[in-house]
Design a protein around this ligand. Structure first.
Ligand SMILES: Cc1cc2nc3c(=O)[nH]c(=O)nc-3n(C[C@H](O)[C@H](O)[C@H](O)COP(=O)(O)OP(=O)(O)OC[C@H]3O[C@@H](n4cnc5c(N)ncnc54)[C@H](O)[C@@H]3O)c2cc1C
Length: 300
């Protein structure tokens, strides 16, 4: 996922911890100590503003953890002031910081809150467990009452009605920023943007947030459409079989023939293989083949 924020290069360095060079390891350690100092300072600050309305590290208590499918947990964390929302803007993620199993170097990974950003008192994450995943394993091990440290990250700053139609193309857990944006757009009575979501998963069981997406489709007919694509569907599955191809996008109404969809903004979030197939290099991906220009595309 390419750079979209000032934090991304740092995240990439920490992501490849197993192949970290000495200078990178030292830089990460210094950053970790700096982060802790900043966190202690920011926690001490007394402000009437919502907690994540400006940058700072804050430790929150886990209120509840619920397994929503075979490998995704919904984690609800309590904000310190139950009467205030998080202060996160559309669209934002939270950088999580932990030292699992007594590690010396911090593990830092971003996650996208999926609850209503206006909800007071809580933030909610949907976390997919990856085999040997450092942070996802740690997050899945948390019990109510345990704590985790967060800092806000601004992603795409959404401007209502800037585009008449937005195409959200997601793979696996890449659905979370798309869901945050879709519900934020649809809940804003002043935003008339139309939304087409195309979401690819490996199996039917991998689909989480299914009921929430169906509710949005029912509540906003003509404004929101979700297309599910599954590479290994169960027998009798009602979803499209395969990957997110040119044909799938055309059938979802995202073709560009005759100058159609020139104003569509395309947002992409998914595993590297999916992003590569869609965006390719130098105009070779599915989106370029369809006629989308690089400036129309944003990757979370
Ligand atoms: C802006 C942003 C928002 C995100 N929001 C969410 C969210 O809401 N929920 C969520 O579950 N995740 C989200 N992610 C992904 C998350 O930040 C971590 O990358 C993910 O949880 C894996 O971290 P880990 O430490 O468990 O795995 P690592 O220790 O980094 O990796 C362990 C193994 O898992 C594989 N792996 C790691 N990430 C992926 C992936 N995306 N696809 C396929 N294989 C992978 C690696 O190849 C490796 O083999 C988001 C990422 C970004 C950039």
């Amino acid at each position: 996922m390419p750079s979209g924020t000032q934090f991304r290069p740092f995240l990439r360095a920490t992501h490849g911890a197993s192949v970290m060079s000495a200078p990178v390891a030292i830089a990460a350690a210094v950053a970790g100590i700096g982060a802790c100092t900043w966190y202690l300072r920011s926690n001490g600050a007394n402000s009437d503003k919502p907690i994540f309305s400006s940058f700072g590290f804050h430790t929150l208590r886990l209120h509840s953890a619920e397994l929503v499918n075979h490998n995704v947990k919904k984690l609800r964390f309590e904000l310190p002031d139950a009467s205030k929302p998080s202060g996160l803007s559309l669209t934002s993620a939270l950088l999580t910081i932990s030292f699992p199993n007594g590690r010396w170097l911090p593990v830092l990974r971003p996650y996208t809150p999926t609850n209503d950003l206006n909800e007071p008192g809580y933030i909610e994450l949907m976390v997919k467990l990856y085999p040997n995943g450092k942070q996802s394993t740690h997050l899945h091990s948390l019990k109510p009452g345990d704590t985790l440290t967060f800092a806000p990250i601004k992603e795409l700053a959404w401007t209502p009605n800037k585009h008449p139609h937005v195409a959200l193309i997601a793979g696996g857990a890449g659905i979370t920023p798309m869901y945050q944006l879709a519900r934020g757009i649809l809940q804003n009575p002043d935003d008339r943007t139309r939304i087409t979501l195309v979401w690819g998963n490996n199996t039917d069981e991998d689909i989480f947030l299914k009921d929430e997406l169906a509710t949005l489709e029912r509540s906003y007919p003509g404004r929101f459409k979700a297309v599910h694509v599954v590479s290994n569907p169960a027998a009798g599955s009602l979803h499209l079989k395969g990957y997110i191809t040119r044909q799938v996008l055309e059938n979802a109404g995202l073709g560009t023939e005759g100058g159609k969809n020139r104003d569509v903004k395309v947002l992409v979030c998914g595993p590297p293989a999916m992003e590569k197939a869609l965006k390719g290099g130098r105009g070779t991906g599915v989106l370029a083949e369809l006629g989308y220009k690089p400036e129309q595309i944003y990757t979370f």
